[in-house]
Every structure is written in structure tokens, then in C-alpha cells.
Design a protein. Sequence first.
Length: 219
Amino acid sequence: MKRIVYFFLLMITTISTVAQNDEKLVATQLVNKNATSIGISQENLDNYMVSSSYFDKTTATQMVYLIQSYLGLPVYNQVLVLAFKNDQLISKAGQFNISIEKQVNVKNGVPAISADNAVLAALADRKLSTTDMPVVLDRKENGNKIIFSKMGISMENISAQLMWVPEEKTGIVKLAWEVYIIPKTTSDYWLVRVDAMNNSILDIDNLTTYCNWDHPAGQ
């Protein structure tokens, strides 16, 4: 019985993966066909990643979510949300940095700081103490996303992904490791972006939203 259930779950996972790949293929074809309307030059057609795509039956539109990339690395917070009907672009929201090649701080996209050192910097910044060292469990996306052990302090495996992070004040687009940690001791889901050249902390996001019910806004 266990074998039957396992086979059934495996089939569902396989079908789901194939469906997602088909949707992304459709999305890629639509983006390439409508590149001019979207505002993507022919030279930059390789500088985006399809994050997700689906067909909305209610509106009969294909929704496509694009993430900007450069040298094969995603660009933080540079997203386009596109809607297509009858193979034509009907709406666009979001933005891409069209001058990114002039603003990056590392022309070849190669980090000076290793992913494990970035993880240690992120843990120190979040005041998470451990005697364990980062142990690499897996490498994905051509080695640009590295999965580490839980190091005795995280609910899930810690990850570090190489990406570009635009800096608003200077206009520089910096190469960084985005470290994902879910501490055992809190309800926080941390995304810590560490400069891949000098190991400094660029910025931080907490995916957990806290509500203060005792003190409403404005009181």
C-alpha cells in the first residue's frame, strides 16, 4: 500500500513539474514575441527569468512574472508583471533597470566572498550563535544557490543565493549573497543580503509580519 501511495505522489509531482515547465515555455515564447512592446531590447532577451506563469480562465489571459537577470544572476526587486491575450501584451506593471551593465560593481559577476562566509556574517548580524560550521548539502542554479545544513539553529536548511542588489542612494548595483535563515528561537524568516565583495550587510527583510493589537496605528 505504501508503494502505491508513493508512486501516486511521485506521479502528481511529475505532472505538476511538467505543467510548470510548459507554462514557462509558453511565457518565454510570449515575451520573445512581444519584446518590443514590453520594452526589452533584442540584446537583452537573455537578461530575464520567468519566475512563474499561469493561464487565468476568468479573463482568458496568460499571466507572466519576470525577474530581471544579469550575467545569469537575478536582480533583487526588479520585476515585471505581464498579461497577454491572443498572444498580445495587454498590460504591464513593474520595472527593469535598463542600464544595469553600467551600474554593477563587479563586471564579471564573480564574488570575492564565499557563500559560507556570507552565512556566518548573516548569523552574526542576527545575533544567532552556533558552534557548527556551514556544511554544503547541495548546489543549484549553476552553483549560484548553495544549500547549507541547519547548523543547529535553523528550522530549515540555510541557503545563500548570489544576486544583484540595487543601492538606491548611490545607484550602484552590488553583487551580494542573499542568506535565508529561519531561527528555531523566533518566528522570524530572515533574508539577509551580504555584500559579496566585503562581507558587509547591505539590507535585511523579515518575511514574518508582526501585528501589535494593543497599540493600533496612530495611538
